[in-house]
Design a binder for this molecule. Sequence first.
Ligand code: FAD
Length: 333
Amino acid sequence: MNLNDYRGVLVFVEQRSNEIQNVSLELLGKGRKIADELGVSLMAVLPGYEAKKHAKLLVEYGADKVILVDDKALEIFTTEPYTQALVKVINDEKPEVVLFGATSIGRDLAPRISARLQTGLTADCTSLEVDEDRMLLMTRPAFGGNIMATIVSPDHRPQMSTVRPGVMTKLERDATRKGEIVHVDMKFEKNSQYVEVISFEQETEEKMDIQESNVLISGGRGVGSAENFSLLYDLADELSGLVSASRAAVDSGWMDHDRQVGQTGKTVRPNLYLACGISGAIQHVAGMEEADLIIAINKDKGAPIFDVSDLGIVGDVHKVLPFVIEEIKKIND
Ligand code: FAD
C-alpha cells in the first residue's frame, strides 16, 4: 500500500428520518481542523434517500465536497447497503482519514468497513490530532478510563475512528461557504447479509436525547428509588430540561440505559448539569465534565463529584430538591 495515494479527510454524515444528526456536524468541525492542518480537502459523504436538500448545510458547517449517495435502499440504515456505499466512496476518493460518530449506526458500520478495507479503526476517541508525519493521533480512554491511550495506524489507510456525540465542537454555521456537490450511483450487491426493513417506528417523546438537552438533572444511587426520581422530573420540567442518570441508577432499573451518562453511557455537554446523589466516579465524570456549569447535591462532603463541580450543596437530595423546585417555581410564575 502506498500511503501517499491517500489524501483528504472524509466524514460519514448520519441521517435519521432524513434529519442530519448533530454528531456529524461536530465531526465536520473537527474534520475541518484536521484537513486544514494537512492541507487537504474535507469531504462529507451522506448516504440517504432524497437527502440532497442537506448538502448546502454540510458545506456551511465546513465541508469542501459533499458526496451524496441517494438511493431508496439507504433511506433507513441497514448495515450492508451502507457498508457497500461507504466502501465504494472510500475506494474512489482514497481519503487518509475517515471519521464516524460513535452512535449505534456508526458503531455498527465503521468496523464492517474497516474490515472490508483491511485497515484499522480506533473506537470512541476523545481527541484527534495530526503529527508532523501526517499521522492521525487517535486518543481514547483505556483500562476503565484510568489511562489515555494514543493509537496510530502507521501502515494502513485510511486511518479510521469513531467519536462519541458531544465530544467535538461544531463550527459556526457560515452561509457564505462554497463547496462542491457530487452524486454517486450505487449498484447494490444482494448478498447474504442483506436485510429488508419491514417497518420503522419513531421513538416517543420520553426517549428524547439527553445529548440534545441544555439542562440535565441527573440522579444516582443516592436518589434511592425509581419513585424518588419524580422530584428530578419536576425540576427538569421547571427548567425545560431532561433527566439523566448514573450507571448505578440505570443498573438498579430506575432509568433507561439510553439516559446513562458516562464512559459506557453518553457524553453530554449541557449548559447546566445537576448531579443529585452521584458520587462522581471517574467513569461518570468522563461523560459530563465538559458541562458549562456543574452543580452537585450530595450528603457526603468528601464525595469526588465536588472536585469537578462549580457549586456544591452538601445535603440530602430529598430535602434540597423540594426547596429548589419551590424557589424555581416562584421565579417561573
Ligand atoms: P454511588 O457511587 O453509590 O454514589 C451514590 C452517592 O450518593 C454517594 O456519594 C452518596 O454520598 C450519595 N448519597 C446517598 N444518599 C444520598 C442522599 N439522600 N442525598 C444526597 N446524596 C446521597 N458509571 C456511570 O455513571 N456511567 C458510566 O458510563 C459508567 N461506566 C463504567 C464503566 C466501567 C468499565 C466501570 C468499571 C464502571 C462504570 N461506571 C459508570 C460505574 C462507576 O464506577 C460508579 O460505580 C457509578 O458511577 C456510581 O454511581 P453513583 O454515583 O450513582 O452511585
